[in-house]
Design a protein around this ligand. Structure first.
Ligand code: FAD
Ligand code: FES
Length: 264
């Protein structure tokens, strides 16, 4: 796959250390499906050498643009966060296997934590525009109210939405996983989740108890991003045991992931 030059058309600060970027890249916008990601060279030099994987949060097929949400956690994402509109970014994508499409008339539950909301916004948007009918409920968790990033973009694409914050400044007080059991009891056909690993592991556990299929989008450090270096493997319950997050994922059936062997 070739790298493309994508011009930044909009930059917005959405929370402390969190920004969204709109990128002009028609080829990626036309091909992308929810759960896929782009691999971004964050500077014009070889420092840092490796690209950084970032989920596609939204795409505008008509204008040929995608939107990404970036949380500045280290050097690469800090450089990316500080780029101004008009800058050109070298990106590869769309990469990876995204979320499987639910059956018609499914009761869908989306469980997001922090920036994990990004691929679930794309999924909610796609389900909202799909010809098939679905009933989509969204849950979003964060430490505090101002870390509920892009919650309006998420909530506006779900039939029902609930937030949870650890300090109780917005929504229910506590972990978002505490809302999942309640939702499962109301009847859910399929769950999709993205966020911190302990959160996804708990969602996977709750879904397994209720025999509800669950799909999780995993994060891992990446080298090549296209399946060649084996730098992103995770342990699974499959044979062969190790799977590449970049090429075999990032979306996996939660029941196939060996959550207890995954480091944080
Ligand atoms: C498929 C996929 C989709 C992603 N989507 C998004 C997204 O939409 N928005 C977003 O902001 N980030 C996303 N990430 C995470 C993002 O790629 C990392 O935060 C980024 O690579 C960190 O680079 P850095 O140079 O800023 O940090 P580094 O200097 O490399 O590391 C700084 C800190 O971040 C941690 N870290 C680095 N990479 C990862 C990672 N992959 N997962 C967890 N922790 C990491 C390190 O442990 C360290 O503590 C995604 C990752 C994957 C694999
Ligand atoms: S990053 Fe190279 S195989 Fe996944």
């Amino acid at each position: 796959m070739e790298s493309l030059a994508a011009r930044i058309t909009r930059r917005e600060e959405v929370a402390p250390h969190h920004i969204t970027l709109e990128l002009d890249c028609p080829a990626i916008a036309h091909a992308a499906t929810p759960g896929q990601f782009v691999h971004v060279r964050v500077s014009g030099t070889d420092d840092p050498l490796l690209r950084r994987p970032i989920s596609i949060m939204l795409r505008d097929n008509y204008r040929g643009r995608i939107e990404i949400l970036v949380r500045a956690v280290g050097r690469g994402t800090a450089i990316l966060s500080n780029l101004a509109p008009g800058s050109a970014l070298d990106i590869i994508g769309p990469l990876g296997h995204g979320f499987p499409v639910p059956e018609e008339d499914s009761r869908v539950l989306l469980v997001a934590g922090g920036v994990g909301v990004a691929p679930l916004i794309f999924l909610a948007d796609t389900l909202q525009l799909a010809e098939q009918q679905h009933y989509v409920r969204g849950l979003l968790g964060a430490a505090t109210e101002d870390m509920l990033v892009c919650w309006q973009d998420f909530a506006g694409r779900c039939e029902a939405f609930q937030a949870a914050t650890e300090d109780g400044t917005a929504g229910a007080r506590g972990l978002v996983t505490e809302l999942v059991s309640e939702q499962l009891q109301r009847g859910v056909d399929i769950v999709y989740t993205c966020g911190p690993r302990p959160m996804m592991a708990r969602v996977a556990e709750l879904c397994a108890e209720q025999s509800v299929p669950c799909w999780a989008s995993l994060e891992q450090f990446m080298g090549c991003g296209v399946g060649a270096c084996l730098g992103c493997v995770i342990p699974t319950r499959l044979q062969p045991k190790h799977r590449r997050v970049c090429k075999d994922g990032p979306v996996f059936s939660a029941s196939e992931v060996a959550w207890e062997e995954l480091s944080e």
